[in-house]
Write a protein that binds this ligand. Structure first.
Ligand SMILES: CC(C)(COP(=O)(O)OP(=O)(O)OC[C@H]1O[C@@H](n2cnc3c(N)ncnc32)[C@H](O)[C@@H]1OP(=O)(O)O)[C@@H](O)C(=O)NCCC(=O)NCCS
Length: 153
């Protein structure tokens, strides 16, 4: 099992994994075009031909990035893979000299285990909400904003 950057042939699997959970309302759906456009910021955990998990590192603002579309395939949940991938993305953000990594999430306990703390959404710069206008829940966002300081890891 290893973590690598996503490539074109991963796009369908990434799309299907996100859709699986999006249908349950557990994360936001993402059109294929968005996966193509953001392919360079996506990471996958792979084993042989299988993709076990995916997540994106999306730069938002000066010193601020967001972890997006974090998904562990249902067959591999609960094995530490989600935390492994989050830790990797935090260290990739640190390498890029990004000080803070944000998650907008329903998985508060999971992100606490990964070292994130809850922050008031109102304290986030407006840039964070740029894509929210496309969300079906806008303007009634019920996700929790959580932050990790990459220098503290
Ligand atoms: C949430 C998700 C990414 C977690 O990944 P995972 O590989 O199953 O989690 P891990 O096994 O790495 O868990 C790490 C720790 O978090 C805890 N944890 C994981 N999910 C949890 C949950 N829903 N509630 C409470 N604790 C949780 C684990 O018990 C573990 O604790 P430990 O360090 O004390 O052992 C995964 O279940 C998933 O893909 N869910 C559906 C999509 C989703 O909600 N994504 C998040 C979008 S922001």
């Amino acid at each position: 099992m290893f973590i690598r950057k996503a490539v074109m042939s991963d796009v369908d699997t990434i799309y299907n994994l996100i859709e699986h959970y999006a249908k349950e309302g557990r994360l936001l759906s993402r059109p294929r075009i968005s996966i193509f456009e953001n392919l360079q910021s996506l990471y996958v955990v792979s084993e042989g031909d299988e993709i076990l998990a995916i997540a994106g590192l999306h730069i938002l603002w000066d010193n601020l990035a967001e972890i997006r579309s974090l998904v562990v395939s249902p067959e591999h949940a609960g094995k530490g893979i989600g935390k492994l991938l989050v830790d990797h993305i935090v260290s990739e953000a640190a390498k890029l000299e990004i000080e803070k990594l944000l998650s907008l999430t329903y998985q508060v306990e999971f992100f606490k285990r990964c070292g994130f703390t809850i922050v008031d959404k109102e304290t986030m710069p407006q840039k964070v909400w740029k894509d929210c206008i496309n969300c079906s829940k806008f303007p009634n966002c019920d996700e929790t904003a959580m932050i990790i300081h990459t220098k503290n890891i």
